[in-house]
Design a protein around this ligand. Structure first.
Ligand code: GLN
Length: 503
């Protein structure tokens, strides 16, 4: 890439190209970071992807990278490249709110392992991105700090809960972001913003320093504009961490090599019958069907698979998630972190806790705490939580049987393109249904990616395709995703080289 084109439009380059240009001395990390900070200054008032921008710290990190380069040090594949971090991961000294009033003003005293690894890879963290409160939601409208808007149409949602991370990437405010995915919060925002999002295998990326929503489902992962960029970020943050007891102690699959090979010849691709059909918008189905044809054309062997218990995934998820969340969120008691309300002389511990939780949590969080507390209460535990765990096992078996027939499974990522702000806010069930295709993967602990497959003929908005792989076969996502991305490029160009039309 000649330096003239790098200078022309730094914010529109992929992370891989930027890192190579920085390593070759064609541009400094400071220039790259400054260009993104300028972009944030220009557009974030409209998009509201960020809750906190740490400009001075980012520039200081960029200078440190530039000094390393000047000293002849070998730089890693993402060194000097800026990144946006979902506000659910701790970063020492930087406010971490999880989109909630209850954590307003809290500055964690330690770095999450993901942050530690980003620092070790010389990635420059620009700031913290907006999200639904405690990652509960599919639109970012449940953020206590106001919603993020979709750069493709500012009246529409950017997905959730990690809408801020996806919107930052789609709006060219950052080439990379980190999200977290408990039921779809990386993949659904990726789908509706035309970006790439990956939920790694459960246990593939450390949860240390990730504020827990549902501990048996939560997983951090990459958001990017290309599959290869996502692979580099995945490789940078994944791997065993003794500080997370659920972290897998095994080699990380070669995701970068797979993205570079980009080959589906001979790959068995399973179409999940239960994740297509009437519930999906016509434009979404049309683009999905075209992508299936392209995969066949590229040499994949497409087969249909049945996962009969997926039908119960949403029901099981909305028992397991609230149960775990109600227990995890018990730590927000007005004593240890952030907000404290009702603390006058006569106040009891109970009254302070209750006033703090009443003032600090929003309605969706309260709804799930109540659901979870109910599901776990004595006499109901077996009927609700216990039953949901059994369903979870059946879903895992469905996946195992499907993976006997196919190397990867595919589906649309979300049933529709981005919906309008406010459209589903008063209808929790309609909101929950957005994750119908993404939730089964979390319940089984498998890996999945969403990548853009074009614009819907219905409304001109991005459509995402989901690739699913067995646990610890994350490389297959990249092999298939990069092959499809390459073939789609001929038709669409890269979706996001175009200015997202709303900006
Ligand atoms: N939208 C889903 C929910 O509200 C997923 C959330 C997530 O993945 N964090 O639970």
């Amino acid at each position: 890439m000649p330096s003239s084109s790098i200078d022309a439009d730094l914010i529109r380059q992929s992370a891989t190209v930027l890192a190579a240009a920085i390593a070759a001395g064609e541009v400094s990390s400071r220039e790259v970071v400054q260009a993104h900070l300028d972009r944030i200054g220009e557009v974030d008032q409209a998009v509201h992807a960020f809750l906190h921008v740490c400009g001075a710290e980012a520039l200081a990190t960029a200078d440190a990278v530039d000094t390393k380069r000047a000293g002849g040090e070998h730089l890693g594949p993402l060194a000097g490249v800026p990144l946006a971090l979902k506000d659910v991961l701790t970063m020492r000294g930087v406010p971490t709110t999880c989109g909630s009033r209850i954590l307003e003003g809290w500055r964690p005293p330690y770095d999450a392992t993901v942050v530690e690894r980003l620092r070790a890879a010389d990635v420059v963290i620009l700031g913290k991105t907006n999200m639904d409160e405690f990652a509960m939601g599919s639109s970012t409208e449940h953020s206590a700090y106001g919603p993020t808007r979709n750069p493709w149409d500012l009246d529409r949602i950017p997905g959730g809960s990690g809408g801020g991370s996806a919107a930052a990437v789609a709006a060219f405010e950052a080439p990379l972001a980190i999200g977290t995915d408990t039921g779809g919060s990386i993949r659904q925002p990726a789908a509706v913003t035309g970006t790439v999002g990956v939920k790694p295998t459960y246990g593939g990326v450390s949860r240390y320093g990730l504020v827990a929503l549902a501990s048996s489902l939560d997983q951090a992962g990459p958001c990017a504009r290309t599959v290869l960029d996502a692979a580099y970020l995945h490789a940078a943050v994944a791997g065993h961490d003794p500080r997370d007891s659920t972290s897998i102690n095994a080699a990380v699959p070669d995701v970068v090599g797979a993205a570079q090979r980009a080959d589906v010849r001979g790959m068995r691709v399973g179409l999940v019958r239960q994740l297509d059909g009437d519930g999906y918008a016509p434009g979404v189905r049309q683009r999905f069907a075209e992508a299936v044809e392209i995969l066949t054309h590229l040499g994949a062997e497409v087969v249909e698979v049945d996962c009969p218990h997926f039908e119960y995934a949403l029901g099981a998820y909305y028992l397991i998630l609230p149960s775990e969340a109600s227990s995890n969120l018990a730590r927000f008691d007005g004593m240890r972190y952030g907000l404290r309300a009702g603390d006058d002389r006569e106040a009891s511990v109970e009254s302070v806790m209750s006033a703090t939780r009443e003032a600090g949590f929003g309605p969706e969080v309260k709804r799930r705490i109540m659901l979870g507390t109910y599901a776990l209460s004595s006499g109901y535990y077996d009927a609700y939580y216990g039953q949901a765990q059994k369903v979870r096992t059946l879903i895992r078996r469905d996946f195992d049987a499907a993976f006997d027939k196919a190397d990867v499974l595919i589906s649309p990522t979300a049933p529709t393109t981005a919906f309008r702000l406010g459209e589903k806010l008063d209808d929790p069930l309609a909101m929950y249904l957005n994750d119908i295709a993404t939730i089964p993967v979390n319940l089984a602990g498998n890996a999945a990616m969403s990548l853009p497959i074009g614009l819907s003929p219905d409304d001109g908005l991005p459509v995402g395709l989901q690739v699913m792989a067995p646990a610890m076969a994350d490389d297959r996502l990249y092999l298939a995703g990069a092959a499809l991305e390459g073939a789609l490029f001929d038709r669409w160009g890269h979706l996001l080289i175009e200015e997202a039309p709303a900006l």
